[in-house]
Structures are given as C-alpha cells and as structure tokens.
Design a protein around this ligand. Structure first.
Ligand SMILES: CC(C)(COP(=O)(O)OP(=O)(O)OC[C@H]1O[C@@H](n2cnc3c(N)ncnc32)[C@H](O)[C@@H]1OP(=O)(O)O)[C@@H](O)C(=O)NCCC(=O)NCCS
Length: 220
C-alpha cells in the first residue's frame, strides 16, 4: 500500500504541483512553471510536497522574512514579491507560509498536518523565532451578508463556526492574531480577506544564528 511522505520540492514535481494547484483553486490563476522553479532557486528548503506513493497530493511553500518590515499591513502579492519570493531574507527570523494545499480527494487524512510538521521542523532546525501566515477564510462566503470578517473569524476561534482553513490552522496549534483585509483580492470565497496566524518555536535561541541561509542546509 502506498505511503504518505513529505520532502522538498524538486524540479520534476513542478508540472504535477501546478496541476494540483489548478484543481484546488479553479478560479484563481495557478503559478507558472518558471515561477515555481524560481522559488526553488531562492529557498529550496522552504518548499515541500506531500507524496502518496509517487503522486503529488499536497504542497507547502514558504520564505524567510523580517517580520518587522511587514507587520503593519501587507497583501499576499507584496509579502511574496508577487510570488517570486525575491524578498526572501536569510537573516530574517520569521518563516512565512506563502501557500499550502492538499488534494481535495485526500482532505482530512492528515496530509496538511504532515506538511505543517515539515514546516515546524524547518523552523526549529533553522532556529527561526516563529511561523507566520495569512490564512484564507473560505467559509466567510456563507456569512458575509450577516457579519463582518472580524466577527466571522472570532466566531471560528470561539468554536461557533467552522472554517475549513482557520479551523485546520487552530487545530495545528497556530494562534489567531486578527484579520488582514484585502490580502488576496482574487480569493472570492474569503472576500479577499485573511486571518493572521502565528506559531512560536519553543526552542528558538536568540543567541544562536539562523541556519536558514540558502546553501547552509541540505534539502530533505
Ligand atoms: C487547509 C487544508 C490544507 C487542510 O489540509 P488537510 O490535509 O485536510 O488537514 P488535516 O487532515 O491534516 O488536518 C490536521 C488537523 O486539523 C484538523 N482539522 C482540519 N480541518 C479542520 C477544521 N475545519 N476544523 C477543525 N479542525 C480541523 C484535523 O482534524 C486534524 O486534527 P487531528 O490531527 O487532531 O485529527 C486543506 O483543507 C486544503 O488544501 N484546503 C484548500 C486550500 C487552502 O485553502 N489552503 C489554505 C491556504 S491559506
């Protein structure tokens, strides 16, 4: 029986990764092959795929940033330099989650958990202070005519409403820090908004340097 495993993304994965991304987000333009190749060149350790046997069934992409540069307000486009990750800063202390998705046929089978585990392991290994991400809020489309995005997100945190993405992230130990409006305008389900979330690395040691430099660490 096929087994699930996680490893860093390789060039030969790109076509299947984009094909899956297209199926996950039918109304949002997928990355181009050149874009993913570029991301791999910038920060290979931060790009993960989940494989079920030989099949790509999930993806998690990240870069390192100096959070102080971005903490006030930002859009997905700004903080990922238009998806190029050109603003990846190996001296930063924050791993920023730019994307995560799982094959719709394999949701709820802990693929997302394994991808998040890989991210947390990278954060610990590289001695980064935290992981920050801005998560989609796709469940908001059902409530947008009844409440603001802030109220919606709070109700998810309080357990009154289940959101498929924020619910997953809270279950993964992330803390909700508020809403970023107009983070990804093309995300119609979330009405363009996102939740700001953080996971703190309990082993972070300020006295030690970060190992997130592109060539200091081997990919897995
Ligand atoms: C969000 C997503 C990545 C989750 O992946 P997944 O593989 O279905 O999630 P998992 O099965 O690994 O879930 C991990 C844990 O979260 C919990 N969980 C998942 N969804 C949940 C929800 N809506 N509410 C509460 N808990 C949830 C699971 O029960 C599991 O906890 P457990 O280990 O204690 O059982 C997946 O739904 C997805 O690809 N969504 C579409 C793309 C997307 O919007 N990505 C987010 C970009 S910001």
């Amino acid at each position: 029986m096929a087994e699930l495993h996680i490893r860093n993304t390789r060039t030969e994965d790109i076509a299947a990764l984009i094909d899956l991304q297209r199926r996950v987000y039918p109304t949002i333009a997928p990355w181009s092959e050149a874009r993913v190749l570029h991301q791999l060149g910038i920060f290979p350790q931060g790009q993960f795929v989940a494989l079920y046997g030989e099949r790509i069934v999930g993806c998690a992409s990240s870069l390192v940033i100096r959070w102080d540069d971005w903490s006030d307000e930002h859009t997905w486009k700004e903080i990922t330099a238009g998806g190029t990750f050109d603003n990846h800063d190996p001296d930063g202390r924050t791993l920023y989650g730019a994307e995560v998705f799982v094959d719709p046929r394999l949701r709820g089978k802990r693929v997302g958990h394994r991808l998040y585990e890989a991210r947390r392991a990278l954060c610990r290994r590289a001695n980064l202070r935290r992981i920050i991400a801005c998560g989609r809020l796709p469940g908001y489309q059902r409530y947008a005519d009844q409440m603001s995005i802030e109220t919606y997100a709070k109700k998810v945190v309080w357990g009154d409403i289940n959101d498929p993405v924020l619910g997953f992230q809270l279950a993964e130990g992330f803390r909700y820090c508020g809403v970023i409006e107009n983070y990804l305008p093309e995300d119609a389900e979330s009405h363009g908004h996102a939740s700001l979330i953080v996971w703190l690395n309990p082993h972070f040691n300020e006295a030690r340097s970060t190992l997130a430099r592109a060539n200091d660490e081997e990919t897995i």
